[in-house]
Design a protein around this ligand. Structure first.
Ligand code: SF4
Length: 462
């Protein structure tokens, strides 16, 4: 049954690049994978209760501009919710302006990293009628219906005056079950999916840790109720999705709720993976993780320079990191460690130490990013909103046009070789990888990543 207003959830094209821009971070995909944008996904539940909605993910489809305009014209939305980002807001806004020039009339809501962290700047752009702060945002329906919202939004009222509402408070986050099936599920991929279809789910929102280079440290932590989580899980099973990425910034922050969540997942026969901190890990947790169908845990190492609490406010101990990474591997759960190269203040020796630290653990995989001053981090500055060189803000590139960039790319390649050229690691991967699809994905991603790095290196050296 068609309901009142028509609302389009849009992930606009980002030129030739696959820019990933959900969860308050934006960066170019290292391989050719592209996962479901969880911000739009979460909004889809509440919006579909009140409006006729359509989802267009122009990046994953992929859609050229003419084809996209044609689809938007056919749907003729009253309101467009645009997933944007620091890296793409200029082209996203230009695209919206073009739609209006072609005679379409609609209101807009923008969301994404820079719109959350710098809403007071971004609301001033002509194309932006409103912004939601936290993307679990039931109040967006009120705004679309009546042009008003009590919290969690900034918008222009009927006279064009900017109205800033309060940010949300409270310990819990609540939203209707997202409409996964409205998204082109078969087109999304994640290197660690084990079947043909993977989707994403949250058990919590934000993070309680304080790492000052990470946007999540500026996002207030909230827990999702276990009842809502189970409702979504049951719905996912009913539409045939049984491989999930739990997209929490850090899984397991509330021990009691986590315990219940793991019991629930176990009942639904789901295979899943997610990200946590080494400090959350203990034997009891690992037993429950295994029983619940967790086959891969991502653990942030980021850098070992800042052991205990230093200027990065990361608060970690290398003995705990090593011990708990190895413990996960002993429970036959694959471990992927995250490493960041080029964090301000790091010397080459620091980076080499971090690389060798990761290589000396029993982790099966390593994911390496270059530091970028992400919005929401302590390193971000307002001048970067209208950047002149996008690549200085993208963790795939780290291009400052100097010799340092070349060195970082070299260190990245060095890390990959040091990490993977170990027979025991290869054996561990082969004996723990569950499906051929997973193995093929991993090999493909690794190959494409190395290819991109070599290309970047060549460009920098020219
Ligand atoms: S790096 Fe990880 S632990 Fe630290 S704030 Fe970000 S999400 Fe939380």
């Amino acid at each position: 049954m068609l309901k009142g207003k028509k609302v389009l959830l849009l992930n606009p094209p980002a030129g030739d690049e696959m820019v990933i821009k959900d969860q308050y971070c934006s960066f170019t995909s290292k391989g050719n994978y592209y996962w479901i944008p969880i911000d739009l996904l979460i909004l889809s539940g509440d919006l579909s209760r009140n409006f006729t909605i359509e989802v267009i993910d122009a990046i994953v489809e992929p859609l050229g501009e003419d084809e996209l305009v044609c689809r938007i014209k056919t749907f003729s939305p009253d309101h467009i919710v645009i997933l944007s980002s620091l890296l793409t807001h200029k082209i996203d806004r230009e695209f919206i302006a073009k739609l209006k020039e072609r005679g379409l009339t609609f209101k807009t809501t923008f969301l994404g990293d820079i719109f959350y962290f710098k809403s007071e700047v971004m609301i001033n752009y002509d194309e932006v009628d409103s912004i939601v702060y936290e993307y679990p945002a039931p109040e967006l329906s009120d705004y679309i219906l009546a042009g008003q919202a009590k919290e969690n939004m900034v918008f222009k009222d009927e006279f064009g005056e900017i109205v800033t509402t309060q940010k949300r408070g409270g310990r819990y986050v609540s939203y209707s079950t997202p409409r996964h099936e409205l998204f082109p599920l078969r087109k999304y991929s994640v290197p660690f999916m084990i079947g043909d279809v993977v989707s994403s789910i949250l058990t919590n929102f934000g993070c309680t840790y304080t790492c000052n280079y990470c946007p999540a440290s500026s996002v207030e932590y909230r827990q999702r109720t276990t009842e809502e989580f189970e409702e979504e899980l049951s719905y996912l099973k009913s539409i045939g999705v049984s491989n999930l990425w739990i997209r929490d910034f850090t899984f397991g922050l509330d021990p009691k709720a986590t315990n219940t969540i793991l019991e629930i997942i176990k009942r639904y026969n789901i295979s899943w993976f997610g990200l946590t901190r080494a400090e959350r890990i203990n034997d009891r947790f690992l037993i429950k993780l295994r029983e619940s169908g967790c086959y891969l845990l991502m653990i942030g190492v980021d850098t070992v320079k800042d052991s205990s609490i230093g200027s990065l406010k990361r608060k970690q101990r290398t003995d705990v990191l090593r011990g708990n990474i190895n413990k996960v591997a002993e429970y036959k759960i694959l471990v992927l460690v995250h490493l960041i190269l080029g964090i301000p203040g790091e010397t080459i020796i620091d980076m080499v130490r971090s690389i060798h630290f990761c290589a000396s653990t029993k982790a099966s995989f390593i994911s390496i990013n270059f530091f970028s001053k992400r919005s929401g981090s302590s390193y971000f500055d307002n001048e970067s909103i209208n950047f002149t060189n996008r690549k200085t803000l993208d963790s795939l590139y780290f291009e400052n046009g100097d010799k340092g960039s070349c060195l970082l790319v070299f260190l990245n390649l060095y890390a990959l070789f040091i990490f993977y050229l170990r027979p025991l690691r290869i054996l561990r991967i082969l004996s723990n990888v569950k499906t051929r699809r997973l193995l093929v994905n991993i090999l493909k991603t690794g190959f494409l990543h190395i290819l991109k790095l070599v290309r970047i290196n060549r460009k920098i050296s020219q």
